[in-house]
Design a protein around this ligand. Structure first.
Ligand code: PMV
Length: 351
C-alpha cells in the first residue's frame, strides 16, 4: 500500500529571474557553488507555471508539458529526469502524474536564460504539492519553507536558488556572513536605494549560446586561474555586503562591472577558451563609460553568461537615463529590444 494519499490538485506560481552582482561560476558535488554570490531579484522577467497533479495509475511522471500553449516533449523529458533525481526528498514523486503548463514573460529567443525563473517556479510548485500531500501548512512567510524551495531550485539550476527571495539574495558559504551552500538566504542590512534599482536588459544577440552554462562551470575545473577567482569572489562578497549597507551606488556599480568582466575573463582563460560577448557588447560598454564620465550619472552594466548588457541604475536617475538609453543604446539592440526590469518582491502565487 502507498505511504501517500494523493488527491487531484493544482498549484501555480510566478517566479522571477535574477541578476548576480557577484557571480557564481564553478561548482562541485551535487550542484554546490565554489564561491558565494549575491543577486538582485528581478520582476518583469518571470516564469508562470501551473501544475495539475494526481495519483498515477500507469505511465510516466510528467504526462504533459506545454510551453506557451504548445506541447514540448523534450522539456517534459528534462523535467521527468530532474524529478527522478529528487525522489530522495519527495518520495511521492514516484506515485504522481504531473501535467505542467508554463510561460515566460520574456520572448523565448531573447537571449535571456530562463533557468532561474523556471526552476524556481518548478521548485515552488513541488514544495507546495509536498506540503499538501503531507498535510502540512505552506507559507512563504516561513523561512524553513523558503530554504527548502531554494534548495530544490538549486538542484535544477544553481542560480535559481536565489530567485525565491525579494530584492537581494546571497548564496554559498562565506567565512564572515551567515550563508549556506545548499540554499540561498535573503540578504539583510541593505540600504533602501538598492530596492529601487532598474535593470534594463539590452538584447545584443538572441542566438543560442555557443557554450552552455553547464559546460562553462565544468571548464572551471581545469582553469589555471580558478583558485584566484574563487578567492576574488569571496572578497567581493564581503566588499559588496558593506557597499550595500552603506548605499554607495558608485562602489556598487564599479564592483558590478568588475565582476561581469571577471566572469567573461574566466571564459577567455578556459581550455579551450571561448567568447560569449559580441562586438555589440563592447560597443555598448564603451557608450556606457563615455556617458557616465561625461554626465556623472551612476549608470553601470553587468553581464550574465551571454552577450546582453544589463544596465543598472537607481530610480532617482531613471528619467535622465531613459532618454539617453533610447537615443544611444536602443539602436544598438536587435530590433531595438530592451527588457525594462526592476528589483522585485519575489515569487507570487497564481492560484
Ligand atoms: O545557474 P546556472 O548553472 O545556469 O549558472 C549561471 C551562472 C551565472 O548566471 C553566469 C552567474 C550567476 O551567479 O547567476
Amino acid at each position: 500500500m502507498s505511504l501517500y494519499h494523493i488527491d487531484q490538485g493544482r498549484v501555480a506560481w510566478r517566479s522571477p529571474s535574477n541578476i548576480a552582482i557577484v557571480k557564481y561560476w564553478g561548482k562541485h558535488g551535487r550542484q554546490l557553488p565554489r564561491n558565494a554570490s549575491i543577486s538582485l531579484t528581478l520582476s518583469a522577467a518571470h516564469t508562470d507555471m501551473y501544475i495539475d497533479y494526481g495519483p498515477r495509475v500507469v505511465g510516466r511522471m510528467v504526462e504533459d508539458f506545454q510551453f506557451a500553449g504548445t506541447a514540448k516533449p523534450a522539456f517534459a523529458d528534462k523535467i521527468e529526469l530532474f524529478c527522478n533525481r529528487i525522489t530522495d526528498r519527495f518520495g511521492w514523486l514516484d506515485k504522481v502524474s504531473l501535467s505542467i503548463s508554463s510561460n515566460n514573460s520574456f520572448p523565448h529567443s531573447s537571449g535571456i536564460a530562463s533557468s532561474a525563473s523556471s526552476m524556481s517556479a518548478l521548485a515552488l510548485c513541488l514544495v507546495e504539492i509536498d506540503r499538501k500531500i503531507n498535510d502540512v501548512p505552506f507559507s512563504l512567510d516561513d523561512l524553513e519553507t523558503l530554504c527548502l524551495i531554494s534548495d530544490t531550485a538549486r538542484l535544477g539550476s544553481g542560480s535559481a536558488c536565489r530567485s525565491v527571495y525579494p530584492q537581494l539574495a546571497i548564496w554559498g558559504h562565506h567565512d564572515d556572513l551567515p550563508t549556506s551552500d545548499v540554499h540561498a538566504l535573503p540578504l539583510e542590512h541593505v540600504h533602501d536605494v538598492f530596492g529601487t534599482y532598474h535593470d534594463d536588459i539590452c538584447i545584443i544577440s538572441d542566438r543560442e549560446k555557443s557554450v552552455s552554462s553547464t559546460a562553462g562551470h565544468q571548464l572551471m575545473v581545469d582553469n589555471p586561474y580558478a583558485a584566484a577567482r574563487y578567492q576574488q569572489a569571496q572578497d567581493r562578497v564581503s566588499a559588496l555586503a558593506d557597499i550595500l549597507r552603506r548605499g554607495d551606488v558608485v562602489a556598487f556599480g564599479e564592483l558590478a562591472e568588475a565582476e561581469a568582466l571577471s566572469l567573461h575573463g574566466m571564459m577567455m582563460c578556459s581550455a579551450p577558451p571561448y567568447l560569449l560577448i559580441e562586438p555589440g557588447t563592447v560597443e555598448m560598454i564603451r557608450a556606457i563609460h563615455a556617458y557616465r564620465s561625461q554626465s556623472g550619472v551612476p549608470v553601470y552594466f553587468s553581464l550574465d553568461a551571454g552577450p546582453n548588457i544589463h544596465l543598472l541604475y537607481p530610480t532617482e536617475v531613471a528619467d535622465v537615463v531613459a532618454s539617453w538609453r533610447d537615443e544611444v543604446l536602443r539602436p544598438m539592440c536587435i530590433d531595438g529590444r530592451i527588457i525594462q526590469d526592476q528589483v522585485g518582491s519575489g515569487p507570487q502565487r497564481l492560484a
